[in-house]
Design a protein around this ligand. Structure first.
Ligand code: ADP
Ligand code: MG
Length: 586
């Protein structure tokens, strides 16, 4: 038998490594931006075409490279950042594995132009398939420009796996924002298909945050500052009242590197104890400085996970510093010396923490927020399609069905010879879900005009999402105009009135909607799901008899009364015969 083990040729092993380093265009963006930061750039420009599928270019004004370094940089394990293993434990740079450029160039066409600081020579290197072309380039500014073109051109499986342009762009913006937030002293620029999405001037952190997320954030930032022997904590947390139903506004950094950590997250959430409504997540921009010897960032190829030596202490330090900052904010205006006078907005220390946004709407149909009289109920029914009081199982003999609620959670009723126990919240989700699906399918939704239109200032991210979902949310009844970055909502779906419209609308725009669009699910399905979740009555809500009846009747007029939109069982039935069995031979 001949030997069968071979060493993989570098083109193959690089492609395999690329699978770990580069999942999507956004991963290339991250690697290139980090390289520019490591190269001490003060201005970095990111230019993207077709959400990175055609072109990802990063231009920086950093230290640049010699011709030889340029050639070397594409080789595996080629790095200028560490020399031996000990360096890993005191690493200050973003990269150090020397893998990124080797991987990226194995799955794309790359052009690099660089001029080393203090020299007069600009070189250009072109890598296409197996071809490497090096040539002189006309005089240019000091620094480096890297173009990554036709990503995954030779890995069709990966290319086909990419999501829509819209989704990939969202990932790119996320990568860009994560990095831009941790380097407010660097100027960043993001241009997509000739459209300038972000121009972030060199600034302090507070201003960097508001230039990305909008002015509304600025008024809602609470500074965080704590110094202990284990870690220095700085940054900002967002006031509890602008917490979100998703984790979109959570940014955590260790030694200026964006990380994810479930347990630190838990510690932060816990710091908000009692100040958050159910199902809401706090927003934060937290920076931890920890002695690099006490952490191991080298556990994951994407380096967003991290191991700490002293987890328990870190947990309590973070937890108490959150509590402390919230406390300070609650009783005294916070002095923030970083703040510029023009941005000074006094904290309103009288404000309640968990305030429901006050929204002015005209007559209201949703019965679940406030005590309503029965007349409103009839209105509700006439406004929800399919909402007529049709009898359940008309042809069955109904022995005066009883209906009541227990635990403020279940509605119990009987039909024929069975007892039905219905989860009120899940049932209502199903009702709303089918309502919204139907209205977006046949464009049948009525709109309820607002006497006082609601204005919401959008962030760039939200603007992009809004453009994508406009048709669908129009079809379910939202009517609005967009003027520059401000949406003016003039009319809403009737079932949403009496709910905090601003919040529901922002939820539609902020949430991870863009990540959830899969081929199998349509956008209208996603929106219907989100709306049903936002608007459904909650567990713990006492319901009046008429309300209970409406839920039951509407539920059983649904196409799929058994399952919630999120595939949870809505009700259980107990058959009288089965009950009887329990008592037979006892
Ligand atoms: P790593 O960043 O882990 O060292 P990379 O493959 O990302 O590995 O980059 C390899 C090397 O190329 C870097 O160590 C650096 O010396 C050089 N390099 C990459 N990008 C730039 C840039 N924009 N400016 C200057 N040097 C760069
Ligand atoms: Mg790198």
């Amino acid at each position: 038998m001949s030997d069968i083990i071979k060493i993989l040729p570098p083109e193959v092993s690089n492609k395999i490594a690329a699978g770990e380093v580069v999942q999507r265009p956004a991963s290339v963006v991250k690697e290139l931006l980090e390289n520019s930061i490591d190269a001490e750039s003060t201005k970095i420009k990111l230019i993207v075409k077709d959400s990175g599928k055609t072109l990802i270019q990063v231009v920086d004004n950093g230290i640049g490279m010699t011709e030889n370094d340029m050639k070397m940089s594409f080789m595996k394990h080629a790095t200028s950042k560490i020399k031996d293993i000990d360096d890993i434990f005191s690493i200050k740079s973003m990269g150090f594995r020397g893998e990124a450029l080797a991987s990226i160039s194995s799955i794309s066409n790359v052009e690099m132009i660089s001029k080393k600081k203090g020299t007069n020579k600009t070189n250009k290197i072109l890598l296409e398939a197996d071809k490497v072309v090096i040539e002189k380039s006309p005089f240019s500014q000091e620094g480096t420009s890297i173009k990554v073109m036709n990503l995954f051109y030779n890995v069709p499986a990966r290319r086909n796996f990419l999501k829509s342009d819209f989704v990939e762009l969202r990932h790119i913006i996320d990568s860009f924002n994560r990095i831009a937030l941790s380097y407010p002293n660097i100027e960043f620029n993001l241009i997509h298909n000739d459209d300038e999405l972000f121009y972030l001037k060199k600034n302090n952190l507070r201003k960097r945050i508001s230039s990305i997320f909008g002015r509304k954030f600025d008024e809602n930032l609470i500074p965080l500052n704590e110094k202990t022997s284990l870690a220095k904590i700085s940054g900002f947390i967002l006031k509890p009242e602008i917490s979100k139903k998703s984790r979109v506004n959570q940014f955590l950094y260790v030694n200026n590197r964006y990380i994810k950590s479930q347990f630190l997250n838990h510690s932060i959430n816990n710091g908000y104890d009692g100040l958050l409504r159910d199902g809401y997540y706090p927003g934060y921009f937290i920076f931890l400085d920890i002695n690099p010897n006490k952490i191991d960032v080298n556990v994951h190829p994407n380096k967003t996970e991290i191991k700490f030596e002293d987890e328990q202490n870190l947990y309590s330090i973070i937890n108490s510093s959150i509590k402390h900052s919230l406390g300070v904010y609650q009783i005294t205006p916070v002095l923030d010396f970083e703040k510029e006078p023009s941005m000074e907005l006094p904290y309103n220390s009288q404000k309640k923490f968990t305030k429901e946004p006050s929204i002015e709407v005209d007559s209201s149909f949703n019965p679940f927020e406030k005590e309503k009289n029965d007349a409103d109920w009839e209105e509700l029914e006439s406004n929800i399609e399919d909402g007529i009081f049709n009898k359940i199982n008309n042809n069955e003999e109904i022995d005066s069905p009883k209906i009541f609620q227990i635990f403020n959670k279940y509605i119990i009723t009987t039909t024929g010879s069975s007892v039905i126990i219905v989860d009120q919240s899940l049932a209502h989700q199903r009702i709303l879900y089918e309502h919204f699906l139907k209205s977006s399918a046949d464009n049948s939704s009525k709109s309820q005009k607002l006497i006082f239109p609601i204005e919401i200032e959008l962030t760039k991210n939200q603007e992009i999402v809004l453009a994508e979902i406009t048709d669908v949310i129009n079809s379910i009844g939202f009517k609005f105009t967009v003027n520059k970055r401000v949406v003016i909502i003039n009319a809403i779906p009737p079932v949403t009135s009496d709910n905090p419209i601003e919040e529901i609308f922002e939820d539609l725009l902020n949430d991870d909607i863009s990540y959830n669009i899969k081929e199998s699910f349509s956008l209208s399905d996603l929106i219907a799901k989100k709306m049903s979740k936002s608007l459904s009555i909650r567990t713990g809500k006492p319901l009046k008899l008429k309300e209970q009846q409406t839920i039951i009747n509407q539920l059983f007029s649904c196409k799929e009364p058994k399952l919630s939109p999120f595939n949870k069982q809505i009700f259980v039935t107990l058959d009288k015969k089965d009950l009887d069995k329990n008592f037979l031979n006892g």
